[in-house]
Design a protein around this ligand. Structure first.
Ligand code: MN
Length: 481
């Protein structure tokens, strides 16, 4: 168990904002693409011109449902949109449309593995759908700031966890799990450095064994997994110092500064904004049509945990390989495409994660851009399994396939790499080795069996490394024995 100063345990809750991948915004038809000339993806509605009305984007709602199903959450048939008021230059209407009182997605769970290797379930309280704010640009002019409304009104899914996370490490694993999940489902690109996924970290300490939670401090807009871990580590130490000194932790909002690795004061509870939430009078309650959730469910890909279990059961691959192949949908897609042409999934997984990954890493490339197609890798494993080439030669063949972009069979034919499995040819080579070394033969037969390896080596050498090793062993044994 993670503790601070052997006295306190940690409770962390995370609120993660994920921008929905969609063509248009949550409540308007403007483009929701990333980038673009500033203020070019803006409708009258996005700019909060009077008299403009919102219209819920059904696609965005379906993406949030999909994300909810990804954490086995309840999908609420009826949900509401509310106004959250604050006055700031990034919010033209003066309020953000969110789901404060009745969110679309209810309780769910996210499975992580903690630092002790133990599986742990983190409860998610809700996922609500809301609008993103505009982007303020402060670094172009020393005297004033710019506003880019392209981001204003894009759909966000806010995933709110319970304070079940008990260490900075677990916080990092949770963020990674959410990021992998939304990428897997294609509902958010998870790019934290571009701001399409951002998290708020709340942390409190309590004496070990205590049942009541301590006073929490929130850290806003932490934009990488590493920073989430660092922010939690720093904050746990800071609060422990306060408690050790006999003082109380103040409920406040702080900012994490990646340069110093420290959090700094932003505002206290007394300064907390009163958002004056109320139901948006322009938007009717969102009532999902019958069958919509089932329709979304039917279109979902198999989830990583289920896929992982299936790979182990169906292909007999190692747990480590199954975990790695399902950590990223690109790996899983590549694997599944390859096993269509070769039933030996276990070997395929070893080649993908071993030699092929090594080649890709060396070239700083990824599985999506692999010059070796899934079909080519399947063919390679097939010609190893049918004895055409040895596993050792296959490594070279893979290298040639990678650089020359030809099929393994063509490479083997063009370079004469086929394995010799012809009994006559192998016997001939072995006879020559035996005839050339009468002393070693005599020693072997008088009990120095360690010499067997030498005979294997010489025979394979005589066959130019292409002799079928199993056959060489067998024939040598009978001829020497
Ligand atoms: Mn929010």
């Amino acid at each position: 168990m993670y503790t601070v100063n052997n006295k306190y345990e940690v409770n962390i809750g995370l609120e993660i904002h994920c921008q929905v991948i969609s063509e248009s915004k949550l409540m308007s038809g403007s483009s929701a693409r990333y980038g673009g000339t500033p203020n070019s993806h803006v409708s009258f509605y996005d700019a909060a011109f009077p008299g403009q009305l919102p219209l819920i984007n059904k696609f965005c709602i379906e993406q949030a449902i999909k994300t909810g199903l990804g954490i086995n959450a309840t999908i609420n048939k009826t949900s509401h949109f509310d106004r959250k008021h604050y006055f700031y230059a990034d919010l033209p209407s003066g309020y953000q449309i969110t789901q404060q009182f009745a969110p679309l997605v209810g309780r769910g769970t996210v499975e992580i593995v903690n630092e002790e290797g133990v599986a742990k379930s983190i409860r998610v309280n809700r996922i609500h759908v809301e609008q993103d704010a505009a982007k303020l640009i402060h670094d172009r002019n020393p005297n004033f700031s710019y506003v880019d409304l392209n981001r204003a009104g894009k759909a966000l899914m806010e995933i709110v966890s319970e304070p079940d996370i008990s260490s900075p490490y677990e916080a990092g694993e949770y963020v990674k799990k959410i990021r992998a999940m939304v990428r897997w489902l294609g509902t958010c690109d998870g790019n934290m450095d571009e701001g399409s996924m951002r998290c708020d970290v709340s942390l409190s300490l309590r004496p070990i064994g205590s049942k009541t939670l301590g006073t929490r401090v929130e850290m806003k807009n932490v934009n990488s997994v590493k920073f989430a871990v660092q922010a939690a580590e720093f904050e746990a130490e800071r609060q422990a110092k306060i408690l050790d000194a006999g003082e109380t932790v103040a409920q406040e909002t702080r900012l994490f500064d990646p340069n110093s690795g420290k959090t700094k004061f932003m505002r206290s509870k007394e300064d907390a904004i009163d958002y004056k939430y109320f139901p948006d009078p322009d938007i009717l309650p969102l009532v999902l049509e019958d069958g919509l959730v089932d329709k979304v469910k039917a279109a979902m890909p198999e989830m990583p945990d289920a896929k992982r279990a299936r790979y182990i059961a169906e292909f007999g691959m190692s747990d480590a390989n199954a975990a790695q192949l399902t950590s990223d949908i690109a790996f899983a897609n590549y694997f599944e495409s390859a096993v269509k042409s070769c039933p030996d999934g276990k070997s395929i997984s070893n080649w993908i994660l071993g030699d092929l990954s090594a080649l890709l890493n060396e070239a700083n490339s990824s599985i999506e851009d692999s010059p070796v197609s899934p079909g080519a890798l399947a063919e390679l494993v097939n010609i190893i399994n049918d004895g055409t080439i040895s596993g050792k030669t296959a490594k070279d063949v893979l290298g040639f396939v990678y650089t020359e972009r030809k099929s393994p069979k063509d490479i083997v034919a063009a370079k004469g790499l086929a394995q010799i499995s012809d009994t006559g040819a192998i016997e001939k080579a072995i006879d020559e080795v035996i005839a050339s070394a009468p002393d070693n033969v005599a020693q072997y037969r008088s009990g120095k069996t360690a010499l067997f390896g030498w005979f294997v080596g010489q025979s394979l050498k005589a066959l130019k490394g292409q002799g079928n090793p199993a056959m060489v062993n067998e024939i040598l044994k009978s001829k020497l024995g």
